[in-house]
Write a protein that binds this ligand. Sequence first.
Ligand SMILES: *Cc1c(COP(=O)(O)O)cnc(C)c1O
Length: 420
Amino acid sequence: MTSPTQSPVWHPFTQHALYDDFPTIVRAEGAFLYTDDGRRILDAIASWWVVTHGHCHPNIVRAIQDEAARLSQIIFAGQTHPAAEEVAERLIGLSPKGLSHVFFSDSGSTCVEVAIKMALGYWRHTGAPRERIVVMEHSYHGDTIGTMSVGARGVFNAAYEPLLFSVDCIPFPAAGKEQDTLDALERACRNRPAALIVEPLVLGAGGMLMYSPQTLKEMRRICTEADVLFIADEVMTGWGRTGTLFACEQAGITPDIVCYSKGITGGALPLAVTLCTRSIFDAHYSTDRTKTFYHSSSYTANPVACAAALANLKMWDDSAVRTRIDALCTMQERALETFRDDPRFTNVRRCGTITALDLKVEDAGYLADITPRLWAYFNEHDLLIRPLGNTIYVMPPYCVTQGDIDRIYAAIGEAANLRA
Ligand SMILES: *Cc1c(COP(=O)(O)O)cnc(C)c1O
């Protein structure tokens, strides 16, 4: 255990005033984290949605070790390396048809920033500049100034509001209200925005809100007809979470630009990519150097991170991964059954391997009074479960067993009694 009051470390999304101690994780394997004082914690949220096949998967660990000893870092401007080339080839092969180029970066936020820059660059370099972005209510796309701008405004970013650029917002397509969303999108498209950005099928940090593939497909259709670029942020939904490799598959759509990160390395190292269509690449392709895509970070396409991604991509060739995901979807659905008519919960829902349920409380929302008590309860029971406000969700690595799932939902049922 580590006392945060004595450590110089400042943690993300953590109110230090609420903690006397933190678990110190010294090792992880499969679905479990091990602490310095001998605890074994079940990771029910895939360590913030990044771990797919399990912690320290041997294929990924080996690939990292080998690449680190061979080529640990190069400049990616004007040079390339084999791991990046193979990752890009495979990504194009696995993604919806029609995407042709891959731009590397190193986090979910940066690959969304890249997507926005690609969209603005496309319109400017084709001689018809546009600047507005259409977003969906309750969205989350990252914590940089640009990604906060396209995300929901609220407690996460109130202090930085003066720096955020303005966007057009369409309502979340709640069940039965989908047409309102589509109508709002049609209206927004009349102002010739540069792009729409959405999280396909599941809005993650906004509270694990789910909508149908049909609505996603309709949004894509409206953008195509209005000549507005469609950006899919699959940072959370990618890599099997929604039951298919990518959420867009379920709607049978190809975005103009798509963002992947989190599970791209199986959750082992930071890496992200932004894929786009040929016309977006071509808009920047010119002997006129002012049309260069001016974006880079020091570690763009880091070889070790690419090697981890390649090991992950190879695992997707093996049908065992998809079989395991199908089994997890079934386990998750069954586990939810007893909660569907539990009066303590509402909005009991599932999309693929992700489940979520809202605890009925007076002060529903991210700052719900009960939230820190829920975090503490799960921690005391050796479970990594971190509700978003009064929304409890389960998004485990794909290696969890039926026994693990049983333990998770038994604890959720118990924790709900903290409401009193
Ligand atoms: C997590 C997340 C991001 C940001 O990714 P980081 O790697 O944390 O910067 C962006 N979009 C979505 C949908 C996410 O869930």
